[in-house]
Design a protein around this ligand. Structure first.
Ligand code: T1G
Length: 698
């Protein structure tokens, strides 16, 4: 019998253990081995019942995602589920950790489910652009009711044990030893003599068409809101609807056809790429996570928006953190903000008030340096000013213990310069968080010339501990994300000078899938901030190259964006944006003065100009070795810049368009708009070879 699944008999119960680390995914060989164990359990006269349990940290986390797209990569689990459900002895799934996707589907095909109090169950397939493919959309509404099944399949979010019990997905919570509890449960059921409960045969929770119609309408509304432009949640709803209308045997066929359709589509390929790319990012050649230092305590310098957000991220992960500011008033403001955000979360029911108190207690506000010498990691998060940051680095270098890592949250300044102002350049690293830092998942980990690999390892482990995605990047102005953003924002501005309105540009990119349009981003971040970054980067602008004209004027007019109620757009008291005729007139007159003839600019051109600007700059970044693989760039844009997951990131997306086509357009833009559009040599080469960024060796 395969070691992936083992069978042992305990008190007359066959204990079938799935052991496929790290998360017991249903990889090659697992369904077959499970089937053999079920057969053996059925055949053994000594066995009265069976328990399915996962070894290690979790029950089954679903199908093996790394195999999707490969031959036999998405195995049909349905014969296994029938075998499980039709076993002539009661079966109990014993769930700890997470039962996700195919894992929950297997559990639902068992007659009963026992769960550990801290475990979760979910159908997260929509996160991968697919729907449950092994009867999940048919069994879940039968167990949990239509409303709950819609909520779980559309959001993809897991539910906790208590909720799973209340809604009927599981039958019993086992405190203490899960296996012992599950065995006892199985014996109880065996003693009852059957018949055992089959989820495929339940009907009473399926509702009537009249009851279900508003639930499905609400589900579609929710899908449009939280999963804009995505096809999988709509297919999941269609499949759930089939469950309510058709017998089980027919509903499962509808599900399978819709599943296959999703799996063959571009959205699932992009989202599966995104899942794997995110995990790949933490693997950096030569960097061993085991070399990471333990961070028992951290300190953050600067209690502004970024510093406070970073302090929250540490507190949320249970790490004590000192929050410093030289100015008591700023410190008080920072702490008041943190409290407000936590209170908001409590009000929304995200966590109870005592969790808020625990987190607040982990944050120690102070104006003096006392105690900072105990920190294992210090993150500098002051105003974006090189001279100021250098002074702070000199200071913290003096105070911090020798093993302390000194990180900067700079979004564009030179890490080597900062490292140079300390006596420990190998301990200096960039940790560029994104605003709001307690929410956004990306951390660009900037590797300076001298940064030690053990320091990189620690930064990666810290990012993971903070439940963030750390991506190692090289040291250059803007690093990876903001360096690419510059040409993207620049094209957005050129497009309005050529005849589009800021509203047109934002609408086109939002409709295409970006979380926000570029002008809304400018207004949110602050036009004054953008202006200052531009001044700092003047040295990197090609003399004589075209430069956007309008932003400087907005800055001069004090139109700083949302914070002043006026920027590229006008804002009402609820910060709702509206087009501003004054800005449009300013754009037209500025363009006319510069001799730019206005023309009609369509949505397609807007998307191509902005997105291909990202791609072309991304190709240069790869060439220069500032990102180690294209998928890292994708991860940065997906987790930090609101790039739509179902398009896989800019470099992946370029591959789906075809690099030859992208290159052709870039060349056209080059001819029409000048040197800023010079095609990156890597793009030219790959386009000629028929290659993709994704296929480049990392
Ligand atoms: N397949 C393959 N590998 C997986 C995996 C999976 N399903 N889930 C996790 N991994 C790997 C991951 O790549 C990483 O690898 C390691 O496990 C730890 O993951 C038929 C079609 C389970 C909650 O969508 O949500 O079933 O980096 O870093 O934070 O209808 O992973 O160590 O090499 O994320 O503790 C549905 C996705 C599949 C679950 C653990 N299942 N996974 O989180 O660790 S579709 C999912 C997760 C399906 C059926 C359908 C999380 C986790 P490495 P990690 P974590």
């Amino acid at each position: 019998m395969s070691e992936l699944v083992t069978l042992a008999v305990r008190e007359g119960v066959a204990v079938i253990t799935i052991d496929n680390p790290p998360v017991n995914a249903i990889g090659p060989g697992v369904p077959e081995a499970l089937a053999r164990c079920l057969d053996a359990a059925a055949a053994d006269p000594e066995v009265r019942a069976a328990v399915l349990i996962g070894a290690g940290r979790t029950f089954i986390a679903g199908a093996d995602i790394s195999r999707f797209g490969k031959p036999g990569g998405a195995p049909d689990l349905r014969p296994l589920l029938s075998q499980c459900e039709n076993l002539p002895k009661p079966t109990v799934a014993a769930i700890h950790g997470t039962a996700l996707g195919g894992g929950l589907e297997i559990a639902m095909a068992c007659h009963y489910r026992a769960i550990a109090p801290d475990a979760q169950v979910g159908q997260p397939e929509v996160n991968l652009g697919i729907i449950p493919g092994a009867e999940g959309t048919q069994r879940l509404p039968r167990l949990a009711g239509v409303a709950r099944a819609i909520e779980m399949c559309v959001s993809g979010a897991p539910v906790h044990a208590a909720e799973a019990l209340a809604s009927g997905i599981v039958d019993r919570i086992v405190e203490g030893d899960l296996l012992a509890g599950a065995v006892a449960f199985a014996l109880e059921m065996a003693a009852g003599g059957g018949p055992w409960r089959k989820s495929s045969e339940l009907h009473y929770k399926l509702g009537s068409p009249a009851e279900n119609a508003p639930l499905f309408a609400a589900g579609r509304e929710q899908a449009a809101k939280i999963r804009r432009n995505q096809t999988a949640p709509l297919k999941a709803l269609e499949s759930l609807e089939a469950a309510t209308r058709l017998p089980f045997a027919e509903g499962r066929l509808v599900e399978r056809a819709l599943f296959a359709e999703c799996l063959a589509g571009t959205q699932s390929k992009a989202m599966i790429h995104a899942f794997l790319a995110e995990r790949e990012a933490s693997k950096v050649s030569g960097v061993d996570p085991k070399a990471a230092a333990t961070i028992g305590e951290a300190a953050i310098i600067g209690a502004g928006t970024m510093g406070s957000g970073i302090a929250m991220a540490f507190a949320n992960a249970g790490v004590p953190v000192r929050l410093l500011d030289q100015d008591q008033a700023s410190l008080d403001r920072g702490i008041a903000n943190i409290r407000k955000i936590y209170e908001g979360s409590v009000k929304k029911g995200r966590f109870p008030a005592d969790v808020m108190h625990q987190r607040m207690a982990l944050i120690q506000p102070q104006v003096a340096w006392a105690g900072v010498e105990q920190a294992d990691l210090i993150v500098e998060a002051v105003f974006e000013d090189l001279a100021l940051k250098k002074r702070i680095f000199e200071e913290i270098d003096r105070i911090a213990k020798p093993t302390c890592i000194l990180a900067s949250n700079t979004s564009s300044l030179d890490i080597d310069e900062l490292a140079g102002s300390t006596a420990r350049p190998h301990m200096v690293v960039g940790m560029h968080f994104f605003s709001p830092a307690n929410v956004m998942r990306l951390v660009e980990i900037v590797r300076g010339r001298s940064t030690g690999i053990d320091v990189l390892a620690t930064a990666l482990v810290v990012a993971k501990k903070l439940k963030k995605v750390g991506v190692v990047v090289g040291n250059c102005p803007g690093f990876v994300g903001n360096r690419m953003l510059m040409p993207y924002l620049r094209e957005a501005q050129f497009l309005v000078e050529e005849g589009a309105t800021p509203w047109d540009v934002d609408r086109a990119l939002y409709d295409w899938g970006m979380a926000m349009g570029p002008f809304a981003v400018d207004d949110m971040a602050g036009i004054d901030v953008g202006w200052r970054v531009k001044q700092q980067n003047r040295a990197f602008q090609n003399p004589g190259a075209r430069s956007p004209l309008v932003m400087d004027k907005l800055y001069g007019m004090g139109r700083y964006g949302q914070k002043t109620g006026r920027g590229w757009f006008r804002y009402d008291d609820n910060r709702k944006a509206a087009p501003d005729p004054e800005v449009e007139a300013l754009i037209r007159s500025t363009a006319a003065e510069a001799g730019i003839e206005p023309r009609a600019v369509g949505a397609e051109e807007i998307v191509e100009r902005c997105i291909y600007a990202l791609v072309n700059e991304g190709a240069r970044i790869l060439e220069e070795g500032l990102a180690s693989r294209a998928s890292d760039i994708d991860t940065i844009y997906l987790t930090g810049y609101g790039f739509p997951g179902y398009r896989g990131g800019p470099m992946w997306y370029a591959g789906t368009v075809g690099l030859a086509d992208v290159h052709r357009r870039v060349e056209e833009f080059h001819r029409r708009h000048g040197e800023l559009w010079t095609p990156a040599p890597l793009l030219t080469r790959l386009a000629a070879e028929g290659g993709t960024f994704a296929a480049l060796a990392g």
